[in-house]
Design a binder for this molecule. Sequence first.
Ligand code: ASP
Length: 299
Amino acid sequence: VRAELTPTIAVHGGAGTLASDDPASPPGAGAPRLAGVRRAAEEALALLVRGGSALDAVELAVRILEDDPTYNAGTGAVLNEAGSVELDASIMDGATLRCGAVACVTDVRNPVVLARQVLERSPHVLLAGAGASAFARSVGIAPVANGDLVTAAQRARWLAARAPSGHGTVGAVARDRDGHLAAATSTGGTAGKLAGRIGDSPLVGCGTYADDALAAVSCTGHGERIIQLTLARHAADLVGGGLSPDDAARTAAERLAARVAGEGGLIVVGPRGVAGFAHNTPVMSRAWSDERGAIQAAL
Ligand code: ASP
């Protein structure tokens, strides 16, 4: 029988700025952002301590953050140029490499839950748009009106036609007591995006990746740039090649800036349960469990 390992959770609430001219990020916005990632990390860690799987833990953490209007995922997501919410999410199991993802979903409160259903109950990896909605209904996920996902702050921001600085994507990576890894990411995308635009978050290898033999990774930032570097898989490979999760995250964030002038960040957990982070933006809200099992949080 294999000895039980100390579980690890790390979550992020998006890389970006907390600019005072951004109605989605008013002065003091750091406090709710920190509280939200801390709560998600605490609940997911409790699940892991009870013996829950890394896959269940990342789904739970991301679901909590989707329901928190502070973040650009689920309720409170940014609006596209047409003024509606289109959601992207993905989840991956590092033990089996099974993965599920949804893109351009308009009528589901928790896209990460739908992504998990794609993983569990479909022969596919990525479902988009109307087909994703139909699949949601077929697995018993109730529809939600698009307007119910729109917060007053995001509506105000859209009416003011602000520059797309909309951050607040959410993600989680975990190692469970059996040593298995998992990762999940969920987003409303970039503010003012074209209808139909899909970013890195639902693309396996770009916004999300997990392989027990490498690492679990969740990215945030400028999706088009992250896709160009298949950043999540790149960071996981760096851990597989011997870098610490912190060094891998830092190297990946530096390459994102240097190679494609991309802004963003990522969280990484390696097979030994060590978490690492990096961002090349002013802030990236995040929370993680330390070696003693205490939750730390930082902007
Ligand atoms: N990566 C997300 C996207 O491009 C946005 C973000 O992380 O802020 O859709």
